[in-house]
Design a protein around this ligand. Structure first.
Ligand code: TYM
Length: 341
């Protein structure tokens, strides 16, 4: 029996942070054993806002090294670079031609990012979720494990798949009962799906926040972790609790502690109910250092071995291509394109 398939990706735009880890990568690692995983670096997405050409390829390797350092095994999972497979761009174009413009105008992330770009909003930024649909549907995954902020993009992906199936045939040309494009399910874990900023518990932790103190990067040194937790925003109340909407920072920091220490919510709630911030912060710092130090060490070793990393990415591209090229061919046949001569 084939294992269920997973697909997910991250944009190579700067260092990965605890949100990327708890919302996405950690879940991939936990699911890796029972699933056929396709994990990629979304470099075509990274150029939808102004980028530095001198850093793009380096950032791709950094994300690949982070995946492996966090526990993704390249012998078990397929790790690849989006732009190494032209099928992503080609399928995105085909989907562009069947996606109503007003579906894209509703996208929350587009609106948020467009505000930051002022007058320089590119067509690519608006088009971004169509490319994401192509990324996903090319690999026919059963599940797409992501953080909460990607939910709307996954709904759009499902809508595009349904529309394509409706327009070009519900049944696959192979004659099986499978629809032309498989409609995947999002996989969003409850805890960790929305890690909040250290400076403001009502804002998402994000790579694009100008303040480094707002986030924990996976490669932060123990000294930096200590500094960031020391400076992070708290509230004047003594005693810590989950789920109090008036104490978003408290909920966020307790959740980080719970997930990184691997303890149950009830246990953390009981153990921290009478703690003050002065007692809790060193506990959280210690847990962060313990969890992230091995990741940082492994990451640095991988970044020093570019040959190994590139070998992983070459192998990943070849494996990914065997799946992606078949889907693209099926889609083009269904749309009636002439076969290459
Ligand atoms: P990106 O690069 O913004 O984020 C990568 C993953 O990290 C999750 N994430 C978070 N989770 C919890 N709390 C946070 N503060 C937080 N910040 C980020 C995201 O939900 C995501 O799972 N469009 C995607 C990349 C992409 C993709 C795809 C994903 C392109 N094609 C196909 C899945 C499938 C993005 O920009 O993620």
């Amino acid at each position: 029996m084939a294992q269920p398939r997973l697909l997910s990706g991250i944009q190579p735009t700067g260092n990965l942070h605890l949100g990327n880890y708890l919302g996405a990568i950690r879940n991939w690692v936990n699911l890796q054993a029972g699933h056929d995983c396709y994990l990629f670096m979304a470099d075509l997405h990274a150029v939808t806002v102004p980028h530095d050409p001198a850093l793009l390829a380096h950032n791709v390797r950094k994300v690949a090294a982070t995946y492996i350092a966090c526990g993704i095994d390249p012998q078990v999972s397929t790790i690849f670079v989006q732009s190494h497979l032209p099928a992503h761009s080609e399928l995105a174009w085909l989907f562009n031609c069947i996606t109503p413009l007003n579906w894209l105008e509703r996208m929350i992330q587009f609106k948020e990012k467009a505000v930051k770009q002022g007058e320089n909003v590119s067509v690519g930024l608006q088009n971004y979720p169509v490319l994401q649909a192509a990324d996903i549907l090319l690999y026919e995954p059963d599940f797409v494990p992501v953080g909460e902020d990607q939910k709307q993009h996954l709904e759009l992906t499902r809508d595009i798949a349904h529309r394509f199936n409706h327009l070009f045939g519900e049944k696959s040309p192979k004659g099986s009962d499978q629809p032309l494009l498989k409609v995947p399910e999002p996989l969003i874990q409850k805890a960790g799906a929305r890690v909040m900023s250290l400076s403001d518990g009502s804002k998402k932790m994000s790579k694009s926040d100008p303040s480094e103190l707002s986030r924990i990067d996976l490669t932060d040194s123990p000294e930096l972790l200590q500094k960031k937790i020391k400076k992070c925003r708290t509230d004047p109340q003594r005693g810590l609790e989950f789920d109090n909407p008036d104490r978003p920072e408290c909920h966020n920091l307790l959740t980080l502690y719970m997930l990184l220490s691997g303890q149950a919510k009830d246990t953390v709630a009981a153990d921290c109910a009478d703690l003050g911030w002065g007692q809790f912060k060193p506990l959280l710092t210690e847990t962060l250092i313990e969890h992230l130090s091995p990741i940082r060490v492994q990451y640095e070793a991988l970044m020093a071995d570019t040959d190994y990393l590139d070998g992983v990415l070459r192998q990943g591209r070849d494996r990914a291509n065997t799946v992606a090229s078949l889907t693209l061919e099926r889609v083009k046949n269904a749309m009636g394109f002439m076969k290459p001569l």
